[in-house]
Design a protein around this ligand. Structure first.
Ligand SMILES: Nc1ncnc2c1ncn2[C@@H]1O[C@H](COP(=O)(O)OP(=O)(O)O)[C@@H](O)[C@H]1O
Ligand SMILES: [Mg+2]
Length: 229
């Protein structure tokens, strides 16, 4: 669960409050889309929730723990193990296979189940299958379409079994139907692990696949009741 309370953010040398006391609670297993015009603060919010930006006022609680209360080791653990982040530029390494790209997450989140090369490959194939890319493990990313590469990036974010997945406008690189398909796949994960998803997006297929539509406006988050199914 994500509980955001009175979140404020100003960038240095800029008087404007990009976030102006935003509040929202996103329950475990929810798929929330975050919409709003360009520059309204979506990426700023995702960076804070992802533990990448710690300069803000207000509170961000993840599963009952305030991010502010985590020490450096705990925050690093949170970033590496508890949250998966997919940025618009998805940074796959082209000299590695898709499976190796996905298993790179093991470097940051080594756990018992992925401590051998064989276990890492098995997990990589598992998450690739999950995003609809069974069988591409040995291919290099350049052999795939833009949408498929984005899905490899999502598989990489899922590798360490995060509780929370943050997506920053993934659709820029996705082909028309893929966005909604991915969110439907993520929806199927609900039963399995209660994965919570927060996705900044303009893609109506992603918004439609989500359980909730949040709108950012004037530095605040408004819950759009029409976004509820
Ligand atoms: N590092 C930064 N320094 C100063 N201003 C920034 C920085 N990052 C973003 N901003 C400003 O904050 C506002 C919100 O940006 P952003 O969170 O990227 O919006 P969105 O993702 O919704 O397009 C914009 O006006 C942007 O110019
Ligand atoms: Mg952005």
């Amino acid at each position: 669960m994500i509980r955001i309370t009175d979140l404020e953010k100003r960038y240095p040398a800029d008087d404007r409050r990009v976030l102006a006391g935003a509040r929202v609670v996103i329950g475990a297993g929810e798929i929330a889309s975050l919409v709003g015009r360009s520059g309204c603060g979506k990426t700023t919010l995702l960076n804070i929730v992802g533990g990448l930006d710690t300069k803000y006022s207000g509170n961000v609680e993840i599963d009952g723990r305030d991010l502010r209360e985590l020490d450096d080791v705990e925050l690093a653990h949170y970033r590496r193990r508890r949250v998966g982040v997919v940025f618009q530029a998805y940074h796959l390494l082209d000299h590695l296979s898709c499976a190796e790209n996905v298993a790179i997450s093991a470097l940051f989140g080594r756990s018992g189940s992925t401590s051998t090369p064989r276990a890492r490959r098995r997990r990589a194939d598992e998450v690739l299958e999950l995003v609809g890319l069974a069988g591409v493990g040995d291919l290099r990313p350049h052999r795939l379409s833009g949408g498929e590469r984005q899905r490899v990036a999502i598989a990489r974010a899922l590798f360490n079994r995060p509780a929370l997945l943050l997506l920053d406008e993934p659709t820029g690189n996705l082909d028309a139907t893929t966005g909604g398909e991915i969110l439907e796949l993520l929806g199927a994960l609900h039963g399995a692990g209660g994965l919570t998803v927060l996705a900044a997006t303009h893609d109506p297929t992603i918004v439609a696949a989500g359980s909730r539509r949040l709108v950012m406006t004037d530095g605040l988050i408004v819950d759009d009741p029409r976004g509820r199914p």
